[in-house]
Ligand binder design. Structure first.
Ligand code: T4K
Length: 393
């Protein structure tokens, strides 16, 4: 869509003149990447013919093998979504009492603990990486702490070695929420085999998706076995339940989507990198706006275009977001206001913010811009124009 600069208006203009937004159809964050559509539809036809729809079907088994191979890890246990995968991993690891997590993450990380009667204890982040600050983690350890969940936010690896050192020193379990990190690396090694286990989300909005879906990856045979039992009610064969369990199974249609999307993943990452480069170009020179950099050392899917509105920016983040929304550009304030300010944590821990100064500040500055392989350079240029106009009206 080619939209002239003349059409870019201020929020005040929009409120009074009722003009059409720049985009008739909204531009979204998290538009699903749809890979090889023909391969997907052919698989769906086959599974309908075969009448095998779920319960560890052949496509799920193939999917698990492919993912484990790509990540270089012994086990991939596919699940119905990332949240249930987190819950099952937490339970299989035997976490209890208190578990240290960042507040600066999607609220599912904390919910997966609270849902099981475990207290999420929020630790602050390093504003440069958006990931847990190891020193802040150390400060939150108590006699009730049983583990740490590091989150690889935006696909950038958490400080894996430092967290492992803390976990070893205090005999804590360490696992990772790798919901954003399919295709990422740490020290050149694929995310997926760090800590006791790592949990992926393959939700529609992720760089690599199975519509809904998730997985836990691990090199630990016993842990993998426990999670396989747990995701299928604890059944071993027919009629024999040997473990408490739930229903965490991935269905065949989702595995078919995953297999079709895996074939296109490299192309999607290449398109995401291109989108990033164009964004960097169009946002250059706008005072107080900076783009999170993924660097060239580690792998990253470049799925999230994360902009920070610095203190010296003439406009406030929320005013820029309002200007974008007025033009049907649905930028998001992920992960504002921080999990500790969402329910039930806001009521349970009303003073948590006192130890989360970096989280609190960052939550006011970040905006995630529409991205994805389907965005055209003209669309990105228009997003940049709207931001520039909101900052320098
Ligand atoms: N840990 C972390 C760190 C996570 O980020 C997440 C999920 C999880 C754990 C849990 O994994 P899952 O249980 O979800 O597998 C979305 C996603 O639903 C969620 O998966 C994701 N993180 C989170 C960051 O984003 P919402 O509440 O923002 O979703 P919603 O409905 O507002 O959609 C986001 C955007 O995507 C919208 O602009 C519309 C667009 N969209 C969405 C869907 C579903 C589409 O264009 N097409 C679609 O089919 O949570």
């Amino acid at each position: 869509m080619n939209v002239s600069a003349k059409r870019i208006r201020s929020v005040a203009d929009l409120a009074t003149n009722g003009a059409q937004p720049a985009f008739a159809q909204p531009l979204h964050v998290g538009r699903p990447n749809i890979g090889n559509r023909d391969a997907f539809l052919a698989s769906v036809n086959r599974l309908l013919d075969d009448q095998w729809l779920t319960n560890n079907g052949p496509l799920v088994q193939e999917f698990e093998k492919r993912i484990a191979g790509i990540l270089g890890v012994k086990h991939c246990v596919a699940m119905c979504n990332g949240t249930i995968a987190l819950e099952i991993a937490i339970r299989a690891l035997g976490l209890t009492g208190e578990v240290i997590v960042p507040s600066w993450t999607f609220v599912a990380t904390a919910h997966a603990l609270h849902w099981q009667g475990i207290t999420p204890v929020f630790a602050d982040i390093d504003p440069n990486t958006h990931n847990l600050d190891p020193l802040a983690v150390r400060r939150m350890i108590t006699p009730r702490t049983s583990g740490i969940i590091g989150v690889h936010l935006w696909g950038r690896a958490a400080p894996v070695d430092e967290l492992q050192e803390i976990a070893d020193e205090h005999r804590l379990k360490l696992m990772f929420d790798a919901a954003h990190a399919f295709g990422s690396s740490y020290g050149g090694r694929s995310i997926g085999s760090f800590g006791a286990c790592e949990v992926f989300s393959f939700h529609a909005t992720k760089a690599f998706n199975t519509m809904e879906g998730g997985a836990v990856t691990t090199d630990d045979d016993e842990l993998a076995e426990a999670m396989r039992l747990m995701r299928n009610f604890g059944f071993e064969g027919y009629d024999n339940v040997i473990h408490p369990g739930t229903n965490g199974k991935m269905i065949e249609v989702c595995a078919a989507m995953g297999l079709a999307n895996l074939d296109e993943f490299d192309a999607i990452v290449a398109a995401n990198k291109r989108t990033h480069t164009i964004y960097r170009h169009v946002l250059a020179g706008i005072p107080g706006i900076s783009l999170l950099d993924y660097g060239s050392v580690e792998r990253n899917s470049h799925h999230y275009v994360v902009a920070e509105v610095d203190e010296d920016c003439p406009a406030r983040r929320d005013d820029i977001i309002a200007a974008l929304h007025a033009e049907n550009i649905l930028a998001r304030k992920y992960f504002w206001p921080g999990s500790h300010r969402m329910q039930p944590y806001r009521d349970l821990f009303p003073h948590a913010g006192l130890v989360l100064p970096q989280t609190t500040q960052l939550a006011e500055r970040v905006m995630v811009l529409p991205a994805g392989a389907c965005m055209t350079s003209e669309q990105i240029q228009t997003v940049g124009d709207v931001i520039r106009h909101a900052v320098l009206p």
